[in-house]
Ligand binder design. Structure first.
Ligand code: SF4
Length: 301
């Protein structure tokens, strides 16, 4: 069941008698469980809708409209599914206390990946979720990969289900689902040869693979209950940028051998930008530290 959060005044649905607060049970015989079902099944021109009115009466409405005529109904978004991981770099466990509540939500919900571009790990999906992704063709999805090597990914996400990522990507590809991916690089976990291996594995999924964003792990002073991760320094960042730049060149050659694909090109540019920003950030930190040390030495003198 999906609850109607708003019916736009004078919209097509409003004129058909739909009102805010009513419940939608079925459209054309299909169960409506949330916003995704509603968007998918309400896109037909002919609709037979089963609802419950504000007074608790079941009603059936038959609608025929032009394909471009908006209904004017919004339904409540689903409750967010939480993640089942304990990632070593989890940003939620690195937040300062007392921030806004949404910053402490450990969300991992494929529905919001599809609708809002949130990254998911695919470790909490049940068989009916997979079926739904394939049936409704929820594409593209945004997937946090981190590593395609089972041992490394399990070690980083602290979840044995994380090992299945390649099999999951293969299944998504078989069902024509496309995906953006991201790799959070943690020094001594998934960098160097591990990073090469992961990128190499991911490229094989092109054209289902739309992009790879590579971001460095972030550490804060509020980090709690997480294992040690080596901090980034300038040398390590530059080394990794160079490693990634080689892959950019490979992407371009790969593209030339395949069809031109603007998105891969864009993501490799994006990837470079993220790293360059990180180097600027690290350089700034180093300069601040040097400046501070110099001031201290002068003070001691
Ligand atoms: S998936 Fe990992 S990083 Fe994201 S919220 Fe869960 S534990 Fe934290």
């Amino acid at each position: 069941m999906a609850l109607i959060i708003q019916v736009e005044k004078d919209s097509f649905a409003y004129n058909q008698g739909f009102r805010t607060g009513e419940k939608i049970f079925k459209i054309n015989g299909k169960d409506i469980n949330d916003q995704i079902d509603f968007s998918f099944y309400s896109s037909d021109e002919y609709l037979f809708i089963k609802t419950e009115s504000l007074e608790g009466k079941i009603k059936y409405t038959e609608i025929e409209r032009d394909y471009n005529q908006a209904l004017g109904i919004s339904v409540y978004p689903p409750e967010i599914e939480n993640c089942k991981n304990k990632c070593i770099f989890c940003f939620v466990h690195q937040q300062h206390r007392g921030m806004r509540k949404s910053l402490y939500i450990k969300d991992d919900d494929y529905r919001f990946s599809f609708s809002d571009g949130n990254f998911v790990t695919l470790t909490n999906l049940k068989p009916h979720d997979w079926k739904r992704i394939y049936t409704l063709n929820l594409s593209p999805l945004y997937i946090s990969i981190h590593s395609t090597e089972p041992d490394v990914r399990e070690q980083m996400l602290k979840n044995p289900i994380a090992r299945k990522i390649k099999e999951q990507l293969r299944n998504l590809s078989k069902h024509n689902i496309q995906f953006f991916t991201q790799i959070v690089v943690c020094p001594d976990y998934n960098d160097n040869e591990h990073l090469d291996k992961t990128i190499k594995d991911l490229i094989k999924f092109y054209p289902n693979l739309i992009g790879v964003a590579i971001v460095p792990s972030g550490l804060t002073q509020f980090r709690k209950h997480l294992p040690y991760i080596k901090p980034w320094d300038k040398e390590l960042a530059i080394k990794t940028i160079k490693q990634v730049e080689k892959w950019q060149a490979n992407f371009i050659i790969y593209q030339k051998n395949q069809f031109q694909h603007q998105n891969i090109m864009m993501s490799s540019i994006f990837l470079k930008m993220v790293w360059e920003q990180q180097v600027i950030f690290i350089n700034t930190l180093i300069n601040i530290k040097k400046h501070y040390q110099k001031a201290l030495i002068q003070k001691e003198k």
